[in-house]
Structures are given as structure tokens and as C-alpha cells.
Ligand binder design. Structure first.
Ligand SMILES: [Zn+2]
Length: 95
């Protein structure tokens, strides 16, 4: 998979991916323009991901910047790694 192909897949996932399915283990709650979730790291309900059209719709971010600071893309979260590649990337994109 070329970097260009991987980026096209990621763009498609971030545009059309089912956030509620990707985030289902974090007890997602749909709010106005974003999804509120339990932080994957500190487990407090302080993390969120913007909906498509928001400023960083591909990122899950914890609001406890000083005590936690968790931040990952939806695909990094789904893959469980900072640098998903090959089959791991593919399976993370087909949640
Ligand atoms: Zn956190």
C-alpha cells in the first residue's frame, strides 16, 4: 500500500466512518457537533471527537490536558497503535 493509497483510505474513513461504531467501547453520546466519550486512557468522560465538518473530526482528544493529554486519530484508536500499517490498518478501517 502506497502512502497515497493509505491517505485516501483514511480520508474516506474520517469522512464516512461510523463514529458511533468505532467508539462503541467508549460509551459514545452524540452531542451537538461532537461525540462525547470515555477517555481511552484515564476512563473519565472528558474525551470527545468532532463530527465531520468540525475542525479536527479525525481526532479523539481528552480534555484533561494536564492530567491525561490523550490524543489519537480514530484509526489509531481502532488499531491500538500509533502507526497502523498493512493488515492492522485495513482492519482498523473496516470497523
Ligand atoms: Zn484522559
Amino acid at each position: 500500500m502506497t502512502p497515497e493509497t493509505a491517505q485516501k483510505i483514511l480520508d474516506e474513513v474520517y469522512r464516512n466512518g461510523d463514529r458511533m461504531a468505532i467508539l462503541k467501547e467508549l460509551d459514545p453520546e452524540l452531542r451537538n457537533g461532537y461525540v462525547s466519550v470515555l477517555c481511552p486512557d484515564c476512563r473519565q468522560r472528558r474525551a470527545y471527537a468532532y463530527q465531520p465538518g468540525g475542525k479536527t473530526p479525525h481526532v479523539i482528544r481528552c480534555n484533561r490536558q494536564e492530567n491525561c493529554g490523550y490524543q489519537a486519530t480514530l484509526v489509531q484508536y481502532a488499531a491500538g497503535t500509533d502507526k497502523p500499517r498493512g493488515p492492522v490498518l485495513f482492519s482498523a478501517c473496516t470497523v
